[in-house]
Design a protein around this ligand. Structure first.
Ligand SMILES: *Cc1c(COP(=O)(O)O)cnc(C)c1O
Length: 382
């Protein structure tokens, strides 16, 4: 059978490749995590365009669900939420420059204070602008990324008690190994954090909101849940690593879809794509799809990736190009315009994020954040 029929691409679909996000699935995932960690509350992490799902759209769902907080990595992500009218409390988790502080204060974004100097700078800006700052103190208990070291945290906590224009609302740390099978280092980090928190006990002060748990710790280390948890990848329905059991019924909210744009027959012995690394072992039908590493479909998956056409898996053959990939469908049929699932799907034939991560030699987080803005997002539910 050849494929001479007309493509069936809708008029409002300028490009057949798109990501479909089911906002109801994200809402369910939020509820599943909230029930698991209660009485701790949930601060979903929306950095990197909500792990590719769409920053503003996801934040609006969380606002309706009554989430107490969301976290992002960078100031501009917080600003984008405010520009779109999202009023939820937003913690910017990453490191900051002094020159950025006024923007935080103007837009009511919560700062991570990661050293005595940064805290002082925040206090000075808040005093000068006459706008109180809200901060969460960042304690480094063993990640060595940002934050004051646990062994010198007392000075930061002391300084925070003296600030007049800064409200210390939270205190947090981040695990380096909460997604590992061996939790010894995560437990050590948690002990160090507990040691820092004794500062408040010694002074009979109530501690600010305490938080530490990323997805790995939510799944594996109940004693780390404290007052708030910070799920990223788990909220989006994937596991943080292959070592962590899938013990919560979260679901993948995102599907990456495309359509066949070309069909041909490749003769036995003929190579396909750059480098000619794949040679058709026998005559086979091959379809071409308009997606490639320029969209975030990792070139490293060449020779490993599969796609789903009509509910059945087929191999991507030859090297992945910037904008196109070729798929061998053997003696089966596919027509121009037929839908193809690159990621996600249903039932036995789904391609889970974790599987694509294994093909690409990376983690689920990088798969989701690599699907770039050239791929339009389409929303369901919400
Ligand atoms: C990214 C991040 C998280 C979420 O991590 P996941 O592994 O995706 O759950 C939590 N906290 C901080 C500080 C982060 O940077």
């Amino acid at each position: 059978m050849t494929a001479l029929n007309e493509p069936t691409i809708a008029a409002d679909e300028p490009r057949p490749t798109r990501v479909e996000v089911d906002l109801d699935v994200l809402a369910d995932n939020y509820r599943v995590i909230a029930a698991h960690v209660a009485p701790a509350r949930v601060m979903p992490i929306l950095k990197a365009n909500a792990y590719g799902h769409g920053l503003v759209e996801v934040a609006r769902v969380l606002e309706r669900l009554g989430a107490p907080y969301v976290g992002v990595a960078y100031l501009e992500e917080g600003l984008r939420l405010r520009q779109h009218g999202v009023r939820l409390p937003v913690l910017v988790l990453g490191g900051i420059l002094g020159s950025q502080i006024p923007r935080f204060l103007e837009h009511g974004l919560t700062l991570a204070a990661s050293s005595v100097d940064k805290l002082r700078a925040i206090e000075e800006h808040a005093a000068a602008l006459g706008r109180p700052a809200t901060v969460h103190l960042k304690i480094d208990t063993g990640m060595e990324r940002i934050g004051v070291h646990w062994y010198s945290a007392e000075a930061l906590l002391e300084a925070s008690l003296r600030c007049r224009h800064v409200r210390v609302e939270g205190i947090f740390t981040h695990f380096a190994n909460a997604d590992a099978p061996d939790l010894a280092h995560a437990r050590l980090q948690l002990e160090r954090f507990a040691e820092v928190l004794r500062f408040y006990e010694r002074r009979s002060l109530p501690p600010p909101l305490r938080h530490a748990a990323n997805s790995g710790a939510i799944l594996q280390l109940r004693e780390s849940h404290l007052d708030l948890v910070r799920p990223g990848i788990l909220f989006y329905g994937a596991r943080p690593s292959a070592d962590v059991p899938a013990s919560l019924p979260v679901r993948q909210a995102l599907r990456w879809l495309t359509r066949v744009v070309f069909f041909k027959v490749v003769k036995a012995g003929h190579p396909v794509s750059y480098g000619g690394e794949w040679v058709a072992p026998a005559e086979t039908r091959v379809v071409t799809l308009p997606v490639g590493y320029g969209d975030g479909y990792a070139r490293a998956m060449s020779g490993r990736a599969e796609v789903i056409v009509h509910g059945k898996r087929y191999p991507v053959v030859g090297r992945i190009c910037m904008d196109q990939i070729m798929v061998s469908i053997g003696r089966d049929s596919a027509y121009n315009g037929d839908e193809v699932v690159l990621l996600g799907g249903e039932g036995d034939t789904a391609i889970p994020i974790e599987q694509m991560a294994a093909w690409a030699g990376t983690i689920a987080h990088e798969i989701l954040t690599s699907i770039n803005t050239r791929v339009p997002r389409v929303y369901r539910g919400g």
